[in-house]
Write a protein that binds this ligand. Sequence first.
Ligand code: NAP
Length: 285
Amino acid sequence: MSAEVIYGSELAQSLRDEMKEEVNGLRNKGIIPGLTVVLIGEDPASKSYVRGKQKASDYVGVDSELIELPESTTQEELLSLIDTLNNKDSVHGILVQLPLPAQIDEEVIIEAISPEKDVDGFHPISIGRMMTGKDTFYPCTPYGIIQMMKSKNISLEGKHAVVLGRSNIVGKPVGQLLLSENATVTYCHSRTKNMEQYIASADILIVAVGKAHFLNGDHIKEGAIVIDVGVNRIEDGSLTGDVDFDSAKEKASYITPVPKGVGPMTITMLMHNTIKSAKKTNGLL
Ligand code: NAP
């Protein structure tokens, strides 16, 4: 078998085209979705992610503002800025780019953002709402992954989904969303014993470990769906995923590439959440 490749980049483009039209309609009603991104310090990867978010905002018509602060910014200064943004009507989404400098506690910052503007979906209230099946902002990467599978009409119900990785931003929430879709979910992590046995029984494999080519085709079940979340820079400077694409492709029925896979969908879901927030604020949802 040779898997069908799910290009997140293509789905992202068509969703962004739809969003562009929707935002046009909102703007005609005087509603301008607004996203404020806060970037602290000079981390090149963070700068590149922020550029991608601004590009997507410009494309779909979201008003995006970038606030750049020095590496020396204190927690109090950042909290004060968040307070201002929480109370600013033109701002529908607030995103503080992670990671933060050591003097700032990430959890304190995440919890300071109003859950009604938490377009990253990282606030404990957003996560609690997601877990209890209430309307909320879903974390962008997990939400994008579900959309990618749905775009191929892949039924998730009753499937055994194995999630490799249990971070708060990818592993845990993607498992939760799969559970909401009636999949049976197993989490594997660095302390999991005999991980191969779980991998071998997976109908769906979500790989979010952060290690280049962590998973190859050896233990994958014939026909499995393989979603590669990893983004790893290797020695030659290029980006590669957590999955050895060539060997996994021979066993899988569907597989996502890196780049052009999950990454573009993450940013697209951020746009979705920002537009949703603007609509909610204006009583359209
Ligand atoms: P993370 O916070 O570092 O979490 C990695 C997870 O992998 C942890 O749960 C860890 O287990 C587990 N793990 C590490 N080594 C393992 C091993 N040998 N066997 C089994 N499990 C192992 O990473 P993350 O933030 O979830 O990100 C994961 C990857 O996705 C990274 O490459 C990141 O760059 C990428 N990413 C991509 C996007 C996108 O939009 N494309 C978005 C976010 C992240 P423990 O919990 O036991 O330590």
